[in-house]
Design a protein around this ligand. Structure first.
Ligand code: ADP
Ligand code: MG
Length: 319
């Protein structure tokens, strides 16, 4: 769908921002560009819709060089969401969303229906929101409008440059969930820039990790985690790939109660075992024995509470 062939961008000051980059982005794919600040992500993204001209190499969309497309046709068929909320302040939400459909000369009724549909899609009541000004919306709501504005004219490709990074963690999380749900329905080709590996792992079909304008590794989230190409990848994927730490049973176990718990599991070491969890899936309470003495109980509630707190800390479950 989108092909980069040895794409290079040198800025006028001689800085090589993107250095002979090659990859294929598949149709309907959620493709994430990630890397440290200054590694060339924004430059890469903006070359796709010709906001930045290439110095060398070629970008193809559907087999045709981007330089051969009519610039309006190209831009109108590529949605673009920026990091900073970029709604026009004097225009209503409806007018903001309608910009590209207006340019494409859709008729008024079609545009109005489309705005209704899009606001509904991201949980903003159309009657409440369509005539408001951006300043009357929260940051999260404005960015949601920014996202649907990019979808308005039904483009095949959507480019998103750190669209959620300015938001508070709760809005960010919500919008990430929204975009996953949205993508399952609309199946667009999305090129999404972030510097946040958690976000990349959550959203991406494939991730391209960049450094100094070059591709370091391209693969699925699992591939990057399980087979990092080098130390840089390993570090960037970072704490999401720490070796699993055993769960200390002492953090979960409670003192014995009057009644003898059934069943019991014999302690083999000091950590939570698969056997204990197996028993808990069938029983409310499990007794723990050591040297044939009952030393405590583990109940479902405690285990679930522990998992809830600790897995959230580790980013394994949503906040
Ligand atoms: P990222 O989005 O990954 O942070 P950018 O694509 O914005 O990186 O920038 C890549 C490199 O190109 C950086 O070193 C940046 O300073 C440089 N750069 C970006 N825009 C320009 C410009 N207009 N002129 C000169 N250098 C630029
Ligand atoms: Mg950038």
């Amino acid at each position: 769908m989108i092909t980069f062939e040895n794409v290079t961008k040198k800025y006028a000051d001689g800085n090589t921002a993107v250095d002979s980059l090659s990859f294929d982005i598949h149709k309907g794919e959620f493709f994430v560009l990630i890397g440290p600040s200054g590694c060339g992500k924004t430059t890469t993204l903006k070359m796709i819709n010709r906001l930045i001209p290439l110095t060398d190499g070629t970008i193809f969309i559907d087999g045709k060089k981007i330089s051969e497309y009519n610039i309006h046709e190209l831009r109108w068929n590529i949605g673009y969401v920026l990091q900073q909320i970029a709604l026009f302040p004097h225009m209503t939400i409806e007018e903001n969303i309608a910009i590209v459909p207006e340019l494409k000369k859709w008729d008024d009724a079609t545009i109005k229906d489309r705005v209704t549909e899009l606001l509904d899609m991201v949980g903003l009541d159309p009657d409440t929101y369509r005539n408001r000004k951006p300043s009357e919306l929260s940051g999260g709501e404005q960015q949601r409008v920014g996202v649907v504005r990019a979808l308005a004219a039904d483009p095949d490709i959507i480019l998103m440059d750190e669209p959620f990074s300015a938001l508070d963690p709760i809005s960010r999380e919500k919008l990430q969930d929204d975009i996953i749900a949205l993508q399952q329905n609309i199946k667009k080709t999305i090129v999404f820039v972030t510097h946040d590996m958690q976000e990349a792992l959550k959203l991406a079909d494939r991730i391209c990790l960049m450094k100094d304008g070059k591709k370091v590794q391209l693969g699925t989230p699992t591939e990057l985690m399980e087979k990092p190409a080098n130390e840089f990848v390993r570090e960037f994927v970072g704490n999401t790939n720490k070796p699993a730490v055993p769960i200390n049973l002492a953090d979960i176990m409670q003192p014995l109660t009057e009644t003898d718990p059934v069943p019991t599991v014999t302690l083999s070491n000091s950590s939570l075992s698969h056997e204990i969890l197996e028993q808990l899936s069938a029983h409310e309470v499990v007794g723990i024995t050591e040297d044939e003495q009952l030393i405590g109980i583990v109940n479902r509630q405690m285990v679930i509470r522990y998992f809830s707190e600790h897995l959230q800390e580790r980013g394994a479950i949503n906040g």
